[in-house]
Design a protein around this ligand. Structure first.
Ligand SMILES: Nc1ncnc2c1ncn2[C@@H]1O[C@H](COP(=O)(O)OP(=O)(O)OP(=O)(O)O)[C@@H](O)[C@H]1O
Ligand SMILES: [Mg+2]
Length: 511
């Protein structure tokens, strides 16, 4: 049926909402057809998550009304779910102590003779995961799984609950290319069966690839609402930031001639999931930006975690500033000037219940042994970080958990860079941040290199690495498949890097 003849499934009229004096949504009108996939985009803090929580009944709007299949929706997530509206939150809401299957079927456990039928439960969960092309073991405990698996379990759980309207708040932020493709296939099948979808993403290429329609949220109102066909990424970005886009990437400084500040040879890291990291060797010089590419699960994070003492590992040699030493433990790594920005913002990066200012100073305070805490200094540091990374927070004293996802990420970056480290390892630094903030983070990274820092950037977004770094190390199933060293003028193509990551082509691992 052509789209304009489809009945409206969801209709929002004049939705407005404020958190205290902070007016977030301002008269939102929006409709969604049966079988339609809508992308909701906007800068960090634009109100995307707030709008989704209102639709799914987690939040009562200050003004306006929501109708779903002609009926009003009440502010009760249970009732909304019964009506078929299911929200996958931006922040994970799974229970670490339960198994994967228990999480997926929580509240819908199959029973036999009044007892939970574990065999049936594992089977049902396995099927739900299979539909997302995932081979996660339904019997595995949640706690030990990597963040991408958490996201996949959340999605499997949502699809398994039999939704008619599925709201997904940044479902792909922690997924790799293959997992994203599997999710998109699932979304297409769901929409073809008459399911409706609203999702948010900061990856505009994805937005164009999967959505029928794009709505942009800025300053509390919808500034663009058009069919995705014919919209360019440039159109979307301009509507988001309210001005024309400039160049996304800062100019790349020439490849440095200095000797490496950090070098590792023959690094091996055991893993619970996936093949171990084996015999990895690489070096990074002051002023260099080294990218690390590879599929999710290829061992990128584990490899760098070993360098900063977050994982036990063996190395034939570890050389820092020309001196050979054993691999450092976590505290030593910080003292030696090696900083690591975790990809696991929620459980490892930030203290969500503590305020923004305290979080920004967390590493510095910890390094000072927690004795010399100077609140004025904390305030100054936060004011500086707020300007530098344009953190949007109602006040320095607000709990970091109440910030939007992208703003939490900016606080994490500020915290990591606060001790002024010489070697900076950034794991997915632009995950969940909007395009304007991305450009700022790219400037920050280029600036670090210009100031003689050695920078390592792990990213699942190939265009980001291609635009930003000097060399790209590609991981494939625990091994360094190659290090692409582009000559001055030619940047490596996305295709070349993908081939390496997929193990399709063998490159010389020397530099
Ligand atoms: N529980 C809350 N208490 C106070 N303020 C809040 C709360 N939740 C959100 N806000 C504020 O409302 C605004 C919109 O936040 P929201 O999370 O909806 O943004 P978003 O568009 O989802 O951003 P992001 O892309 O970073 O996830 C932000 O300024 C945020 O700080
Ligand atoms: Mg959000």
């Amino acid at each position: 049926m052509p789209q304009n003849q489809m009945p409206d499934a969801l209709r929002l009229e004049g939705i407005a909402h404020a958190f205290g004096p902070n007016r977030v949504l301002n008269g939102i009108d929006l409709t969604l057809a049966v079988g339609e996939v809508l992308a909701l985009v906007g800068e960090n803090g634009a109100g995307k998550s707030t709008l989704m929580k209102i639709i799914a009944g987690y939040l009562a709007p200050g003004e306006g009304r929501t109708r779903w299949q002609g009926q009003p929706v009440s502010a009760d997530p249970q009732e909304a779910e019964t009506a078929g509206i299911v929200l996958v939150h931006q922040e994970f809401a799974l229970i670490p102590d339960l198994s994967v299957a228990e999480n997926i079927l929580l509240g819908h456990e199959p029973t036999r003779c009044g007892l939970i039928d574990f065999a049936a439960m594992n089977k049902a969960a396995g099927n739900a995961l299979q539909l997302l092309n995932s081979d996660i073991d339904p019997r595995a405990g949640m706690a030990g799984l990597p963040v991408s698996s958490w996201q996949i379990v959340e999605l499997a759980k949502a699809f398994a609950s039999g939704p008619r309207l599925l709201l997904m708040d940044e479902p792909t932020a922690v997924l790799g290319a293959r997992e994203t493709e599997a999710l998109f296939a699932r979304i297409r099948a769901f929409a073809a069966e008459g399911g409706s979808v609203i999702f948010t993403s900061h990856r505009l290429d994805e937005v164009r690839a999967i959505s029928d329609r794009v709505a942009v949220l800025r300053d509390g109102t919808i500034t663009l609402d058009r069919p995705a066909a014919g919209l360019s990424e440039h159109d979307i970005a301009s509507a988001m930031i309210g001005r024309e886009m400039e160049d996304l990437f800062p100019p790349l400084a020439p490849y440095p001639t200095a000797a490496p500040i950090l070098a590792v040879e023959g690094l091996s890291v055991p893993r619970d999931f996936g093949p171990p990291v084996q015999d990895a060797s690489f070096a990074v010089a002051p002023g260099e930006i080294l990218g690390i590419a590879g599929l999710v699960g290829s061992g990128r994070t584990e490899m760098v975690e070993a360098l900063v003492g977050l994982r036990s590992a063996n190395a034939r040699r570890f050389i820092l500033r020309g001196a050979e030493s054993p691999l450092p433990d976590a505290v030593e790594a910080w003292r030696l000037g090696i900083a690591y920005l975790t990809e696991d913002r929620k459980s490892r990066g930030l203290l969500l219940a503590e305020n923004v200012e305290l979080n920004t100073s967390l590493t510095i305070s910890a390094l000072a042994g927690g004795t010399l805490i100077d609140r004025d200094e904390d305030s100054r540091r936060y004011a500086d970080a707020q300007a530098r990374y344009s953190i949007r927070a109602a006040s320095p004293k607000i709990a970091v958990g109440r910030l939007s996802g992208g703003n939490q990420q900016k606080v994490l970056i500020a915290k990591t860079l606060a001790p002024d480290p010489d070697v900076v390892i950034l794991d997915e630094p632009t995950r969940g941040v909007d395009i304007g903030a991305k450009m700022q983070i790219y400037q920050v990274i280029a600036g670090l290199a210009q100031n003689g820092k050695a920078v390592i950037v792990i990213s699942s977004e190939l265009p980001e690495l291609i635009g930003l770094v000097h060399r790209i190390l590609v991981m494939d199933r625990g091994r360094v498949a190659g290090i692409v060293t582009p000559p001055e003028s030619t940047r490596p193509t996305e295709h070349e890097i993908l081939n390496l990551a997929l193990g399709l082509q063998n490159h010389d691992a020397s530099t």
